[in-house]
Ligand binder design. Structure first.
Ligand SMILES: [Zn+2]
Length: 149
């Protein structure tokens, strides 16, 4: 019986400057050994079998890297995580009748004239519902020179 092949699942090596990857059939690529009472059991057995096969190949590869290579990768990732964490900001907004959110202008001049705490207190006293979210800014506002959508 020929196995029905699904899409490929690509496993990438996490070490910096390593191009190793392992392409495996998706976990639904072939039938597992054994008998199963339900479809869920069958699907789970296929996924486990594929994960074990892929793990053996990946383990053989990752063993070729030195602890120093892992350390360098971890240090780079920590530095990137720090940058992302520093780029987070908290926005406050009101929900409009249309369903959209009107984000409070975070400009320092606005804050100086009408502090956030005062604005929140006033909006709550007026019966508005104030929302807050944390966002990560990957790039600051830049002017759009032409329509590139
Ligand atoms: Zn590698």
């Amino acid at each position: 019986m020929a196995a029905v092949m699904g899409p490929t699942l690509r496993h990438l090596c996490p070490v910096d400057e390593c191009d190793f990857y392992l392409d495996r059939p998706s976990p639904l690529g072939g039938p597992p050994q054994g008998s199963f009472l339900t479809l869920d059991e069958f699907v789970a057995a296929v996924a486990i079998q594929e994960a074990q096969d892929a793990e053996a190949v990946l383990q053989a590869h990752v063993d070729t890297h030195t602890p120093l290579e892992y350390l360098r990768t971890i240090q780079r990732l920590n530095a990137e995580l720090t940058k992302v964490t520093e780029a987070t900001l908290t926005e406050h907004a009101l929900r409009l009748a249309s369903g959209g959110m009107q984000v409070r202008n975070p400009h320092p001049d606005i804050e100086r004239v009408y502090p956030l705490a005062e604005w929140i207190r006033d909006e709550l006293q007026n019966g508005s519902k104030v929302y807050r979210r944390r966002v990560v800014v990957l790039e600051n506002w830049t002017a759009v020179e032409e329509d590139t959508t």
